[in-house]
Design a protein around this ligand. Structure first.
Ligand code: ADP
Ligand code: MG
Length: 255
């Protein structure tokens, strides 16, 4: 086995009195496609948000691409990460949210070029080329001059995917990317994610309620409940032969 590209060791996350992640251990291998399923409130989004450094942690360690995420080494001592370290670590990851989170006042093209210019230091010209490349990939090459509100939800979500990809992250995090969409728009977004799942080098972590889709694209499915992984395995095993009563109960409710 390779060194994991994501590694959580006994991660604890609390909001007030609520323990959302309870000494969570979790590893993802480079290139692996992992789906997280579980009831609402089980901590699925929180896992993605702490990886993306949108939320801090209370204890435990996280490593991304072999480096501590929320900590850094200074003179051989492990200390809380400074802003510069966090900025660097964020570059490994792109995230796609349930609610798209596009910048409403920017065109589609600007939405995509903004971070490559300001975070990666690309020239405007390079960033525009990248935007074209990824808009092409998500099937929206002709929509670059529109504003988000002029697009359907499915198109907006595909722009959000292009925007994340334009940073060329090694890891893509998807948090229920189709949950906010009208049913007829789900397919176009899933087919883009499906295509990405065929990229050998890209590591994917996907939270979804689309069980059939999870079954198709995942190397591994993890069932979360109350901030721990209750059960995990290949989609064949987990969906066909869940062992834990809580997994069975959950799957009965959603399939
Ligand atoms: P999931 O994505 O599995 O539905 P979340 O990770 O969003 O679950 O949330 C897990 C728990 O943490 C829930 O009980 C939720 O109410 C709580 N929580 C999440 N974010 C916050 C926050 N910013 N402040 C307070 N509680 C939060
Ligand atoms: Mg969630």
């Amino acid at each position: 086995m390779n060194e994991p590209i994501i590694k959580l060791e006994k991660v604890v996350k609390r909001f007030g009195d609520t323990t959302v992640l309870n000494e969570l251990d979790f590893e993802v291998q480079p290139g692996e496609k992992v789906t997280i399923i579980g009831p609402s409130g089980s901590g699925k989004s929180t896992v993605l948000r702490i990886l993306m450094t949108l939320e801090g942690i209370d204890s435990g360690m996280i490593y991304v691409a072999g480096q501590p995420l929320w900590h850094e080494y200074k003179n051989d001592a492990l200390v809380p990460a400074g802003e510069a370290h966090l900025r660097n670590m964020r570059k490994h990851m792109g995230m796609v949210f349930q609610q798209f989170n596009l910048f409403p006042h920017m065109t589609v093209r600007r939405n995509i070029t903004e971070a490559p210019v300001h975070v990666l230091g690309l020239s405007k010209h390079e960033a525009r080329q990248r935007a074209e490349e990824y808009l092409e990939l998500v099937g929206l090459a002709d929509q670059a001059d529109k504003f988000p509100r002029q697009l359907s939800g499915g198109q907006q979500q595909r722009v959000a995917i292009a925007r994340a990809l334009a940073m060329r992250p090694r890891i893509m995090l998807f948090d229920e990317p189709t949950s906010a969409l009208d049913p007829e728009l789900v397919g176009e977004v899933l087919s883009v994610i499906q295509r990405l799942s065929q990229e050998h080098d890209l590591t994917m972590l996907l939270v979804t309620h689309e069980m059939q889709f999870a079954q198709q694209i995942s190397d591994r499915v993890c069932f979360f409940d109350k901030g721990v992984i209750v059960e995990q395995g290949t989609p064949e095993t987990l969906f066909a032969n869940p062992v834990e009563p809580r997994t069975r109960e959950f799957l009965k409710g959603v399939t």
